[in-house]
Design a protein around this ligand. Structure first.
Ligand SMILES: [Fe+2]
Length: 380
C-alpha cells in the first residue's frame, strides 16, 4: 500500500512522502504520532494531488511561536511559584518581546499565505494528534480568518482576529494540561471546573503578556458565549446581526468571539472533541446549521458554510443521486474541488456497486445539479 499524501511528525518534519510504501516500520512511526487517519493511494488515484491550504512551513512557524509562548509562560509560572524573595531560576530563553514578535509574525505569515489564494476553502488537513492544541489553534485561526475575510474585515482587524483565534485556548496550558490530553467526556469534576475557567485564564495570561488590545481580549474571553445567553463565562447574549453591522448593541458578544466560536466548534467536531467519534465535514456542517441561530450568529454560520470544503480532495464518496442514473451507487475519490459548488466536486469513480471498474472514470458533478454525494469513511 502506498501513502497518498505527505505524512509529518508532530513538529511537521517529513516522515513519509507521497508514494512511499507503508512498511511495518512506517506504520509504527505513524501510530506513534497518533494519526487519526491517513490517505492511501489506490490504483487509479495516482494523479489526485491532495493539497493543503497552508504550507507546512507556516505550520512549523506557528508551532514554533506557540511552543515558545508556552515555554515562556511556564518559566514565568515557575518564577511566581518560588515567590518574590526566593532565588529565581535564570531565564535563558527568549524574552517576552521575542515571544510576542514570533506570534505576531506567525499570524502575519498565515494571513499572507491565505490571502495569496484566489478563493481559499477550508479543510483541516490530517495531522498527528500528538500536538493537539497546536493543530486545533492553527485550524481555528485559519477558519476564523477565512470567515473574517468573507465579511471584508480590514487587514489590521484580520491580524487581531487571527491572533485571538490562535491564542483562544492558551489558558488550558496553565490551568491543567489534562484539559488537552483528556477527552472532554472523561473530565473529572475538578477538570470541569478548570475548563469553565479557561476563557478567563487565557485572557488573563494574554492581557499580562502579549501585545493585546480590547478586541483580541474580548475575542478570547467570549469564545464560549452563545447567542441565546446559554454560554459561559458571562452568559452574554448575541445580536445575531452581521459582524460588521453598526447596529450591534453594546454589550453583545464581540464579533471576533462569534467567529471563533463557529470555527472552534467545527474543528472540535471533525477532530472528535465533542463526541468521541470524529464527524465527517458534511456531518459537522449539519451540526453547525442545527446550532444556529440559538448558539451561533446566523450570518457567521452562513459564511462558514461557504468556506468549509465538505468534500476535500482525497475524500471517499458514494454517488447518492445523479441525473446519470447508471452511476448511482458508484464509489470513488474526490479528485478536484469546484470552488463555485463545494458540494459537487470532481470525482474519480473506482467502483461500481459490485466491482472495481476496469477504467477509472472522472466525473465533474458541478455540471449535474441534481447530483448528491455521500461522504464515506471507508470503501468496505
Ligand atoms: Fe475554548
Amino acid at each position: 500500500m502506498l501513502v497518498g499524501r505527505p505524512i509529518y511528525d508532530a513538529h511537521f518534519r517529513l516522515l513519509l512522502n507521497t508514494g512511499a510504501a507503508l512498511s511495518p516500520e512506517a506504520i509504527r512511526r505513524i501510530r506513534k504520532e497518533e494519526y487519526p487517519a491517513i490517505i492511501i493511494q489506490e490504483p487509479g488515484t495516482e494523479k489526485i494531488a491532495t493539497q493543503d491550504l497552508i504550507g507546512v512551513k507556516i505550520r512549523q512557524e506557528i508551532e514554533g511561536a506557540l511552543e515558545e509562548f508556552s515555554a515562556w509562560q511556564k518559566r514565568d509560572f515557575d518564577k511566581q511559584q518560588t515567590g518574590p524573595g526566593a532565588r529565581r531560576p535564570r531565564d535563558t530563553g527568549p524574552g517576552v518581546a521575542d515571544v510576542q514578535n514570533q506570534i505576531d509574525e506567525a499570524v502575519k505569515a498565515l494571513l499572507t499565505e491565505l490571502m495569496y489564494q484566489r478563493k481559499p476553502v477550508y479543510y483541516p488537513g490530517v495531522y498527528p494528534n500528538r500536538n493537539r492544541l497546536i493543530n486545533h489553534s492553527t485550524n481555528v485561526a485559519i477558519l476564523s480568518l477565512l470567515i473574517g475575510w468573507r465579511f471584508r474585515l480590514g487587514k489590521q482587524e484580520l491580524l487581531w482576529l487571527g491572533k485571538a483565534a490562535l491564542l483562544h485556548d492558551v489558558g488550558k496550558w496553565r490551568l491543567a494540561p489534562e484539559l488537552i490530553s483528556t477527552h472532554p467526556e472523561d473530565y473529572s469534576d475538578e477538570l470541569k471546573i478548570a475548563y469553565s475557567l479557561h476563557p478567563q485564564m487565557s485572557t488573563a495570561l494574554l492581557d499580562q503578556d502579549i501585545n493585546m488590545n480590547a478586541h483580541i481580549s474580548m475575542g478570547v474571553l467570549q469564545h464560549h458565549e452563545n447567542q441565546d445567553g446559554s454560554g459561559f463565562p458571562e452568559k452574554m447574549q448575541g445580536s445575531n446581526l452581521p459582524p460588521t453591522s453598526k447596529l450591534r448593541p453594546r454589550g453583545s458578544i464581540h464579533r471576533f468571539a462569534e467567529i471563533i466560536a463557529v470555527a472552534n466548534f467545527f474543528d472540535n467536531l471533525v477532530s472528535g472533541r465533542v463526541a468521541k467519534m470524529q464527524l465527517t465535514p458534511p456531518e459537522a456542517v449539519k451540526r453547525i446549521v442545527e446550532a444556529t441561530p440559538s448558539r451561533f450568529n446566523e450570518h457567521i454560520s452562513n459564511e462558514a458554510l461557504e468556506v468549509i470544503n465538505v468534500f476535500p480532495v482525497g475524500s471517499l464518496v458514494r454517488v447518492g443521486e445523479s441525473s446519470h442514473r447508471g452511476i448511482v451507487g458508484y464509489r470513488g475519490v474526490v479528485a478536484g474541488t469546484n470552488l463555485e459548488d463545494l458540494h459537487r466536486p470532481k470525482v474519480t469513480l473506482l467502483y461500481s456497486q459490485r466491482q472495481r471498474l476496469e477504467q477509472p472514470l472522472t466525473v465533474d458533478f458541478s455540471t449535474d445539479p441534481r447530483s448528491r454525494l455521500e461522504y464515506m469513511n471507508t470503501f468496505d
